[in-house]
Design a protein around this ligand. Structure first.
Ligand SMILES: [Zn+2]
Ligand SMILES: [Zn+2]
Length: 221
């Protein structure tokens, strides 16, 4: 295989916390530099995973302020000495209560201040990879999705799942907004996009448009 035929992005998933939250490892195979998206907990397991994958962590990314996604993100970023980017600043109120939320569920959460809040249209980079940032409110007001157009891959957190969508019964959750985020911001990225959700198996946008009971095209057609 020639170099130009090789996509520079690889991905792996390590479920963490009692919520089986999918922490995504994304790395650039050319430079072997990468990111962890949503390292919510179980840091020893994550560190083993990093060692196994063999890349250098360049930054930590966060999709939204829920504890299972970012309870330990600030701690890991500090330990590794790398910047933390995301989510959108509208999730500040969630991040500010991470220590309380963690105690409630008997797991550790730590408040942090990201090095960079993200907005719709921003880009984040690692190695030679650039991800597009898409603001997708509804599950939480500051939820962001990371998209790599070249490899048709998206990390969507708790916006969309295989066969389901994110909960909207939390403070500042909004069902209509979530549906709009999915159908107006994610679907245009293409049916062939494979997405890693915050929980459960991967799927494609095309599969969800055909079969997801909450957002399938026929619901709106
Ligand atoms: Zn969530
Ligand atoms: Zn979650």
């Amino acid at each position: 295989m020639s170099e130009t035929e090789t996509l520079p992005l690889r991905a792996a998933i390590v479920p963490v916390t009692p919520f089986e939250q999918n922490c995504s490892f994304l790395w650039c195979t050319k430079t072997m530099r990468g990111v962890l998206v949503d390292p919510g907990g179980d840091l020893p397991r994550l560190k083993q995973g990093i060692e196994k994958a063999g890349f250098t962590v360049e930054k930590i990314l966060v999709t939204h302020g829920h504890m299972d996604h970012c309870g330990m993100a600030g701690v890991l970023a500090k330990e590794l000495g790398v910047p933390l980017e995301g989510p959108h600043e509208d999730d500040r109120f969630w991040i500010e209560q991470l220590d309380k939320a963690g105690a409630q569920f008997g797991i550790w959460g730590h408040v942090f201040e990201p090095d960079r809040w993200l907005k719709d249209g921003d880009q984040v980079t690692f190695g030679e990879v650039t991800l597009d940032v898409i603001h997708c409110p509804g599950h939480t007001p500051g939820h962001v999705v990371f998209h790599h157009p070249e490899s048709h891959l998206a990390v969507v957190g708790d916006v969309l799942f295989a066969g389901s969508i994110g909960r909207t019964d939390f403070p500042r959750g909004n069902h209509e907004q979530l549906i709009a985020s999915i159908t107006q911001k994610l679907w245009p990225l293409g049916d062939d996009v494979t997405f890693i959700p915050g929980h459960g198996p991967v799927s494609t946008f095309g599969q969800e448009r055909a079969t997801n009971p909450f957002v399938a095209d026929k619901r709106f057609g």
